[in-house]
Design a protein. Structure first.
Length: 222
């Protein structure tokens, strides 16, 4: 009889412990985490000969200042403290740029009212893409400077920034649209100027991922 009571007592203790065990499990293992990588923490292995090699510390976007569609200076200083989504394009691009611009419009619409997210589209044909040309292009897309800046600057500085700053392959077409070669990637840069990811600007799924990870950075996962 005594053994039955002991067994009953043990069963009762186990029943009472079940909620506690469930709570501990959920607390310890039920929290979902989403880690966004920090790229180039030990420097870059750029294949481009004009890039300085040998730095093995965290890579940051370097200093630069270009001109936006309103004729205003915009560059690294405006990236400080904000999440910036960057692509390289040119207005006369006959291939991937129109698709990239359509996808970037979705990003613009998503973060239109978010002051800590901005977009830079940097022209790789600055000799043609003057601020006036970029203004027409921006107006066609119904976007606001300061939220989505179309930038133009010195050609040599532009290509060095693309290749060595954003680690994006870019080839000058010397004014012939079909001869320009550039990446379709959108680059996600955090508030500290670190690259956090690359996403195909011609893939809706990739751009969806970009928007998701931008939101995650916004809400505290650094």
């Amino acid at each position: 009889m005594r053994g039955i009571r002991i067994l009953q007592g043990m069963v009762l203790v186990c029943i009472l412990l079940i909620p506690v065990l469930i709570f501990m499990f959920l607390k310890g293992f039920g929290t979902n985490t989403y880690e966004i990588p920090i790229l180039y923490q030990k420097g870059t292995d750029s294949p481009f000969s004009e890039c300085v090699q040998g730095d093995t510390t965290q890579h940051y976007i370097p200093e630069f200042t270009f001109t936006n569609q309103e004729g205003q200076p915009v560059g690294k200083a405006q990236m400080e403290g904000k999440i910036t989504i960057v692509d390289f394009f040119f207005t006369s691009c006959p291939s991937i740029c129109p698709v990239m611009s359509q996808e970037m419009e979705r990003v613009y619409d998503m973060f239109r009212d978010e002051p800590n997210v901005q977009i830079f589209s940097i022209s790789i044909d600055p000799e043609f893409d003057t601020p006036e040309i970029l203004k027409e292009y921006a107006d066609d897309h119904h976007v606001q400077a300061g939220k989505w800046d179309f930038l133009t600057g010195d050609k040599l500085e532009t290509y060095k920034l693309a290749r060595c700053g954003f680690i994006i392959p870019t080839i000058d077409g010397n004014g012939i649209p079909d001869n320009f070669i550039h990446s379709d990637k959108f680059t996600l840069v955090d508030e500290q100027g670190r690259i956090r990811g690359y996403y195909s600007g011609t893939s809706r799924e990739d751009v969806d991922l970009l928007m998701l990870e931008t939101k995650i950075l916004l809400h505290g996962n650094k």
